[in-house]
Structure formats: structure tokens, C-alpha cells
Design a protein. Structure first.
Length: 338
């Protein structure tokens, strides 16, 4: 058993030489275990050929080691529940932390030397295996790893494998656990060149509307308004949040057009072009709202209200996560409910 520089324990390099599977249990014989089993056979043959009682005692002790190993490893794996805390925000090709909770529901028996691995999946990658030295009975241990989603849309992390080489390292016993963790992966956020305040692009790709520095009026706060526009003195006097409206200048209002169809064939564009357009749209909305500007998303037959709040940004990214996929959601229904 070793420990890597990040402080996470990693299991010693036990190399399985033989594997047995039955129901939801997999038993792997390690190289060390193979040597021990070979020794047991040698002692057994010696005891039979010579009739030496001492050899029979040694044989019985070795066999008891194997039996104890099987019992303790089974007790270690039993009643271990793994729960994943849902990810708040997950972006394509961007590592995000995932916290896992290991709960030992046994009343009196602790668990030792647990290792958690994920099967290879084209939808995501994890940066490491998780090794836990000790989980006391009735307690919970948390570990964090980094998950990188490969595609936008719905991410499902269903199965993981929990294993242990406790107590002697002769065998690695493992079982599959249903994690049942789902998350929505937003499009990839890239670096994009943001338009200056007086920039107008060609062919309707973006429209800028001046917003302003000069105070025009005060109105009641509405859901989706940015907190940066709140007039705190007036709000403190009336007890109701009041928002400043400006006459001209200041933060800008942008409309981002997203076209997923080829104008010549009236069919959806190719997959690589689709991903590029969705990623650029998401990146532009992300950076503009982070800059303090208002953003409105326009697609065929529908346009959202402008806004620069976190809720507005999340609503746009959620819609773009499924745009052009079989799970595409209705923009009217989605934006009207958010």
C-alpha cells in the first residue's frame, strides 16, 4: 500500500493471475496468492507422501488462512453504500470534482482496504482510483475525484466496482455497485473574442443595443434582474428591492443567433459543425454575462428575454446542452418555466 503525492492512498500493485466470477462477486487470484496456493499444494503433497503430522498441521494452518481471507474480504464488502453528490455544473472537456460518500451500514464490523474503480466509458473519464484504508462501522467517509465529460447532454454514471485485497493480499474480491448518478453536461466553454460596445456583426449573427450610464428611473425588482442594478438606498427605505434603469451607454444588450439548420438543404448541419456552433454560442453567452452584459438567445421561431443573471445563464446553457440532440427540449416550454 502506497500513497501518491496528492495524498490519496493507492493499493499495492497486486497483479491478478486468475479470475473467478459468480453472481455479483468476482474473485481474482494475485501473484502473491498464486505463490501461496502453490506452497499449500507442495505442503499437502509432502504431508501425504511422508505422513508427517507437522506437515499436516502446517497444511491446515495454510488452508485456514485461505478460509479466513475469504470470510474477512466478504465482510469488508458487505453493507457498503456509495452515494455520489450531484454535480452543480459540469462542462464538456472540463474536469469537475465529484464527491463520493462511502457509508458502512454494518453494526459492529469495520471495513478495510477498499478500492473504487469505474469501467471505461466513452462518455466520461475519471482521473484516478479511490482507495480507502478504513471505514468504521456506522460511519461515512468522503472522497473526491475529478470527472471529465466527453460530450454535452445527459451524463449517466451507473456502475462502479468496489474491491478489496484485505486481509493478506492473496485474493482481490470485488462487486459491482449501482451508483445511479445523473448530471447535465453543458457545452464546452472556449475562449472567444468578445465584441466591443460598438461592434455589429454581419448577417444577423449578433445585435447590440445600448443600455447606459445615466439613471432613467427606478422600478421593482423582477426575477432574473442582476443584483448589480439594485438601488440599495431606495430598497432600504421602502423595504422592497428597487432596480435602476439607465438611459444610454453602460452595459450592452446582445442577441445571439443560433442556426442549427443548413439553409440549402433545410436539414440539420453536420455533427462537427453543430458542436462548433453550440460551443461558440455557449461561450459567447457565458463570457458576455460574466462581463456584465445582457444576453438574449434567438433560434428559429423563438427569442428569449435579455438578462445577465446566473439563472438566465444556466437556463441558456441547459437548453444548449440538448440542442440538436434526440433529447432536444422545446425552447418555449423551457424558457417559460425558468
Amino acid at each position: 500500500m502506497t500513497e501518491d503525492p496528492s495524498g490519496i492512498h493507492t493499493q499495492a500493485s497486486y497483479k491478478p493471475v486468475l479470475t473467478f466470477s459468480i453472481q455479483n462477486r468476482t474473485l481474482q487470484l494475485t501473484r502473491e496468492g498464486g505463490g501461496f496456493v502453490f506452497l499449500v499444494f507442495g505442503v499437502g503433497l509432502g504431508a501425504i507422501n511422508t505422513g508427517n503430522n507437522l506437515l499436516y498441521l502446517i497444511l491446515a494452518m495454510c488452508c485456514s488462512f485461505i478460509a479466513v481471507s475469504g470470510i474477512l474480504s466478504e465482510l469488508t464488502l458487505r453493507k457498503i453504500q456509495i452515494e455520489g453528490i450531484p454535480l452543480a455544473s459540469l462542462y464538456t472537456h472540463a474536469p469537475s470534482p465529484l464527491t463520493l460518500r462511502f457509508t458502512n451500514h454494518k453494526l459492529k464490523v469495520p471495513s478495510y482496504s477498499l478500492r473504487l474503480t469505474f469501467p471505461r466509458n466513452p462518455g466520461y473519464q475519471v482521473d484516478r482510483e479511490i482507495f480507502i484504508l478504513h471505514v468504521p462501522h456506522g460511519q461515512t467517509v468522503e472522497k473526491t475525484l475529478m470527472v471529465t465529460a466527453q460530450n454535452r447532454g445527459r451524463l449517466k454514471m451507473n456502475l462502479c466496482r468496489l474491491s478489496t485485497s484485505f486481509p493478506f493480499g492473496f485474493f482481490i474480491k470485488s462487486r459491482e455497485i449501482d451508483l445511479n448518478l445523473e448530471a447535465v453536461v453543458f457545452p464546452e466553454i472556449r475562449r472567444v473574442a468578445l465584441p466591443p460596445p460598438s461592434h455589429y456583426t454581419q448577417e444577423g449573427e449578433g445585435i447590440i443595443q445600448q443600455r447606459g450610464d445615466e439613471l432613467f428611473a427606478l422600478r421593482d425588482f423582477r426575477p432574473g434582474d442582476s443584483l448589480t442594478a439594485v438601488h440599495w438606498k431606495s430598497s432600504a427605505k421602502t423595504g422592497i428591492l428597487r432596480v435602476k434603469e439607465f438611459l444610454s451607454g453602460g452595459p450592452q444588450s446582445y442577441t445571439i443567433f443560433l442556426n442549427l439548420d443548413d439553409p440549402q438543404t433545410n436539414q440539420q448541419v453536420a455533427a462537427d459543425v453543430l458542436e462548433q456552433r453550440v460551443s461558440e454560442t455557449a461561450s459567447m453567452a457565458y463570457h458576455l454575462i460574466r462581463r456584465g452584459d445582457e444576453v438574449s438567445l434567438k433560434i428559429r421561431g423563438f427569442q428569449t428575454q435579455p438578462g445577465n443573471s446566473e439563472a438566465h445563464l444556466e437556463s441558456i446553457l441547459y437548453f444548449l446542452a440538448f440542442a440538436g440532440t434526440p433529447e432536444q427540449i422545446s425552447p418555449e416550454r423551457h424558457f417559460s418555466s425558468t
